[in-house]
Design a protein around this ligand. Structure first.
Ligand SMILES: [Zn+2]
Length: 230
């Protein structure tokens, strides 16, 4: 009770803002306002096995389900949200959007729950700078709502490699695969794993994680991201 008064008092001076439209949040709204939730550009990918994300990975990796929650457009609401999550220290906004995605998925008869959720790991240097992994924040929200365990210790981003833009496409791709390694693969054997990224553009990061996992263990693999750049 006292904490609630204190929070109301704080809110007078430091009002919490919606991560999409930057307007003050009302009581009961968490990280994003009701109006912006209503206007989110949903893809409904989970209801379409031939969706654009799935098609993007066809022939590159073998997977069970793939999709993204929102359409990403330059200058749009979703770009604003991703910017807040990645560069404005709004980890909880990532968790909140992961929760909303989780509600959406849990209401779909087509979505098959995984056994384990694994976020795309962040490079240790970036993790130190940002203080958290934005993909893990999204994964946390999904994990909470879907009631599926999350692991950030099985798929690891290696220290020594970092994207090198000057390299040609082929060696960049090889470099990407070397960027990840698997710890305790035996614990993953036979599981249905859902890999989570923040946004899918070329899909090369998810592809590299998937290939790294599938090289070491036999798993059923699904892929999801908060947003997809058409
Ligand atoms: Zn808003």
């Amino acid at each position: 009770m006292l904490k609630e008064y204190f929070n109301d008092f704080l809110a007078l001076f430091f009002p919490e803002l919606c991560g999409a439209c930057a307007k003050n949040l009302f009581k009961g709204e968490v990280e994003i306002c009701t109006s912006c939730i209503y206007k989110l550009p949903l893809t409904a990918h989970h209801n379409d096995p031939n969706n654009k994300v799935a098609r993007q990975f066809w022939g590159r990796i073998s997977f069970f389900q793939a999709g993204a929650y929102l359409h990403f457009k330059k200058g749009g609401r979703v770009q604003a949200l991703l910017h807040q999550i990645k560069y404005r220290k709004r980890e909880q906004l990532g968790v909140r959007l992961g929760e909303l995605y989780g509600y959406e998925l849990s209401q779909s008869a087509n979505f098959i729950k995984p056994d384990l959720i694994i976020p795309v790991p962040l490079h240790p240097k970036k993790l130190k700078m940002r203080g958290y992994n934005q993909s893990e924040a999204i994964a946390k929200g999904l994990s909470k709502v879907l009631q599926v365990d999350l692991s950030n210790t099985h798929l690891i981003r290696n220290l020594h490699t970092e994207s090198q833009t000057k390299k040609n496409r082929f060696s960049r791709y090889e470099n990407m695969q070397e960027a990840f390694s698997i710890h305790r693969p035996g614990e993953l054997q036979g599981k249905h794993i859902l890999l989570i990224d923040d946004v899918i553009t070329t899909g090369s990061t998810l592809e590299a994680c998937a290939l790294c996992l599938q090289e070491k263990v036999e798993i059923k693999l699904s892929l999801a991201a908060l947003a997809y750049a058409d």
